[in-house]
Design a protein around this ligand. Sequence first.
Ligand code: ZN
Length: 138
Amino acid sequence: MAFKRMEGFVGSVPQGFIDRSLKVCPLCGSVRPHWGIDEKMQLKLEGNLYLFQCEQCKGVLSSPIPDVTGYNNTVLTTTGLLKKLSGKKNGVIYLRIYDAGSNPDLRDSVGKEFTLQELQALAAEKERPEPEGSGKFY
Ligand SMILES: [Zn+2]
């Protein structure tokens, strides 16, 4: 897969979303996830997926594209209605752990779905403060 930063107008929605929503990687706790994005086409009702990859651990989170772009905030759209019917809350963004990357303790969590809030809580718990004067410890 080719993960890349999405710049420019078309890419600004998912890039802005992930950069703003998860400033710390919930998988490895890095404060520099520098999220890369890829899209995955799939023939499922939830629609195509955005994949977000942390630059540090290579872990990947996925989210249905309509969630990210906001169409599921209303039941007036088909995907929004489906989401409602499946017992999920509209306006809540769900992300799935798609790949655990270099976090062996998360292998069992691959495929599990979390709300954005849960992931933010996880990220806060895992956050690793950067050592003094770092920036190039890789
Ligand atoms: Zn990470």
